[in-house]
Write a protein of this length. Structure first.
Lengths: 188, 183
């Protein structure tokens, strides 16, 4: 049985349904960061991630009447934003390929034992973005929702409307694939 | 040592478990590579765009008018369409066709989106050529995760459940050969 949304979810939803600007402020305050991080992991750059958050939040405020409370508001928001990110990613596939090529050209290595500088972090973000881009969309979305969105198996299953076994198998193969890809690029 | 190279001494179960699904090494890489939060001005732009797209609130009287009009249209549409509407027959299970899922719990491990059809040959045999969505084995449970509470010989053949030897996958099966009590 899916978890019921908390009362605060209901309050935010009611405000959004009334077109209340304070409801929008609350939506941003609560979910903008996690939505951005999920979108960033799916798209690999800030500008596209912000566009995806914008597209997703527009859908949320326009269709909040369709929210039936069968999952938490966070789960619903992340579903909408991650789907928007994947749609945007497909539209901008060529741009993402150029990004991946640019990253691939760098002789970057990452040493997990050293304290990373912000430049190192940027390089590492590029490597992770490239590795994630090599996963199939369904695996990438499942992995990012679980790892970056902080959703449980059950919540991811509800978000993507797939069985929990599918979530488990996607996470399993995504993890194996990422370890394999990053093993070649992240080394001491 | 490469943080992601397979460790031959690693005895961690290969199967997924919620706690170790990402693993400490991947977790560290993801934490270290977390994206920088956008600037306030960037968020202001997004907020303004979403705010502009919010549906406007209409006066109650205007909404009521639209609701009445929509209700009339809906009623007329239903009267026109309802009598001629053919609904597909709902498959019913008879006593001769027991519901197999009532006995065996199904754990789907792949979804439509996980399957890529590479090609379908035109004409003749309509065989879809694709790639298995499960390219490797998934270890759902290790030997220690399974407890056999009881077993009953098969009513027809008299065969009994058995466990594979240590080191083999913990598959429980039944065959009709006599059990070697010494093993």
């Amino acid at each position: 049985m899916p978890a019921c949304p908390a009362a605060t979810d209901a309050a935010v939803i009611a405000r959004l349904a009334r077109g209340d600007r304070e409801g929008l402020d609350e939506l941003f305050r609560r979910y903008r960061v996690v939505a951005f991080r999920v979108a960033y992991r799916l798209l690999g750059n800030e500008a596209d991630a912000l566009d995806a958050v914008q597209d997703g939040f527009v859908k949320v405020v326009r269709h909040v009447g369709r929210f039936r409370g069968r999952c938490t508001l966070k789960t619903w928001v992340l579903r909408v934003v991650s789907n928007a990110a994947l749609d945007l990613g497909r539209q901008r596939q060529r741009r993402r390929s150029r990004l991946a090529d640019a990253v691939r050209g760098r002789p970057t290595e990452y040493d997990p034992d050293l304290r990373p500088t912000e430049l190192d972090r940027a390089d590492l973000r590029g490597l992770v973005a490239q590795a994630l881009a090599e996963l199939p969309d369904a695996q990438r979305q499942t992995f990012v929702l679980h790892v970056e969105g902080g959703l449980s198996y059950r919540e991811v299953a509800e978000t993507l409307n797939v069985p929990i076994g599918t979530v488990m198998s996607r996470l399993f193969f995504a993890r194996k694939r990422l370890q394999s890809i990053l093993a070649d690029r992240v080394c001491p | 040592m490469n943080a992601f190279a397979p460790n031959p001494d690693d005895k961690t179960p290969a199967g997924p478990g919620e706690s170790e699904v990402i693993g400490p090494d991947l977790r560290e890489v993801f934490d270290q590579s977390r994206p920088v939060d956008p600037s306030d001005s960037a968020w202001d732009r997004v907020h303004a765009a979403v705010s502009a797209a919010m549906p406007r609130r209409y006066p109650a009287g205007r909404l009521a008018g639209w609701a009445v009009a929509a209700g009339v249209l809906l009623a007329v549409g239903a009267l026109i369409l309802w009598p001629g509407r053919d609904t597909p027959p709902t498959p019913e299970l008879t006593d001769d066709e027991p519901d197999s899922t009532a006995v065996v719990a199904v754990l789907p491990a792949a979804h439509d989106e996980d399957i890529d059809i590479h090609r379908i040959r035109p004409g003749g045999w309509k065989v879809a050529v694709g790639k298995s969505p499960i390219p490797d084995k998934i270890v759902w449970a290790e030997r220690g995760d399974v407890k056999v509470a009881s077993s009953t010989p098969d009513q027809i053949f008299g065969s009994e459940p058995r466990m594979g030897p240590v080191g083999q996958p913990p598959v429980i099966w039944a065959d009709d050969s006599p059990i070697d009590k010494d093993k």
